[in-house]
Design a protein around this ligand. Structure first.
Ligand code: UT7
Length: 346
């Protein structure tokens, strides 16, 4: 778990320099219940050996209980975030929630979370970009800070994937888990913060990874439930092929675009979909394993949650000025990379 002995960000603002959005606090929440590979062996035809070798996953967390949605995990994550930064919920101006598993189709889960934590002065919205959701939301939120219109923006990335997984389908149930992370964005004129981002999407990839029913095209009916159309449909091999190429390419591209060498990069924070995709990305960037945040073995693929959960877990090891590359690929298809300079810690 992330250390509580984390140096606090001290904002320094002058008027003559570019304002950037800096992450000034990070927090995470994962449910207590652990679903291990050994238990999955009793549910579907699989083995700990196969799952470990093909994905790197050993266990994942599952949110149990009636009427427990994403907002329950997010409220825990955001309340902890505010405590760490020492501010009240009423100081939040905007909350953006990246997720594919909102509490309900509408209203936005951002509104539910704001109400639950008492963020009375905030407006907010949900943003859907599957596994790249946190990158999309972080980039979007940073624009509100850079423009000067907002001072405190909370970015939540989280999913209750267990709500859309078929636990009789061995090709998907071994991968996904539940979890949620959150970061606070604030303005700074120091040479830290979100420096650059490259975001991409290609809707033709929809055929390989989607949820068939529950939207306006095919609303829920007895037939959609019978046909298991409310679960994740994934053609794993096809998605793997696109993921491994695009995540590595976009990560190399953001380094080249900004003149960053492998030596300049302190950390890669990759989306945790498959250890083999993470390794290929790090390899393409020329990074040693020691610079790559990997916790897939504990949490599996939490979709929008993977990247903030890594930042939370590694927070005490991040130093002010560290060049950090965030990188993801997911359903949509969506993919992208962000270069940021960490804003606190020593
Ligand atoms: O985060 C969002 C984006 N998603 C991703 O990035 C996921 C990308 N895809 C993957 O990570 C991998 O494709 C999977 C982990 C989903 C699957 O791994 P794979 O190495 O691509 O396996 P495969 O689908 O090619 O299947 C290989 C074999 C098949 O058996 P045959 O046809 O060779 O006899 C599968 O039926 O493994 C079998 N298999 C399993 N065996 C044991 C598939 N799932 C399992 C399983 N346990 N859970």
């Amino acid at each position: 778990m992330a250390s509580t002995l984390v140096p606090v960000f001290k904002a320094k603002i002058t008027t003559d320099m570019k304002t950037r959005a800096a992450i000034t606090a990070v927090n995470g929440y994962v449910p207590e219940f652990r679903l291990s590979n050994q238990v999955l062996e009793t549910m579907v035809e699989t083995s700990d050996e196969w799952i470990t070798e093909r994905t790197g996953i050993k266990e994942r967390r599952i949110l149990k209980g009636k009427d427990q949605g994403l907002s329950v995990m997010a409220a825990e994550a955001v309340n902890g975030l505010l405590r760490k930064r020492g501010i009240g919920a009423e100081e939040i101006d905007l909350m953006i929630v990246a997720t594919v598993t909102p509490d309900r189709v509408f209203p936005a889960t951002a509104n539910i979370i704001c109400d639950a934590i008492g963020a009375k002065n905030a407006w907010g919205f949900d943003l859907m970009a599957a596994c790249s959701g946190f990158l999309y939301a972080l980039t979007t939120g940073s624009q509100f800070i850079e423009s000067g219109s907002h001072k405190k923006v909370v970015i939540v990335g989280g999913d209750k994937m267990s709500s859309i997984i078929d636990y009789e389908d061995r090709t998907t149930c071994i991968i996904f888990g539940d979890g949620c992370g959150a970061v606070l964005l604030e303005p700074t004129t120091e040479d830290v913060g979100i420096m650059d981002s490259i975001l991409r999407s290609d809707g033709s990839g929809c055929q390989h990874l989607h949820q068939k029913a529950g939207g306006s095209m095919r609303p829920a009916s007895e037939r959609t439930v019978e046909r298991k159309e409310h679960y994740v449909y994934q053609e794993g091999k096809a998605v793997f092929k696109f993921a491994v190429t695009n995540m590595a390419d976009v990560s190399a591209e953001i380094m080249e675009k900004n003149g960053l060498s492998a030596d300049d990069v302190a950390w890669l924070v990759p989306h945790q979909a498959n250890k083999r995709i993470i390794d290929a990305t790090a390899n393409r960037m020329g990074l040693d394993d020691g610079k790559v945040m990997v916790n897939i073995e504990k949490y599996g693929n939490t979709t929008s949650g993977t990247i903030p959960l890594c930042l939370w877990e590694w927070e005490s090891r991040l130093k002010k000025g560290d060049n950090v590359i965030l990188s993801a690929f997911g359903g949509g298809f969506t993919w992208g990379a962000i270069w940021l300079k960490w804003a606190y810690g020593s």
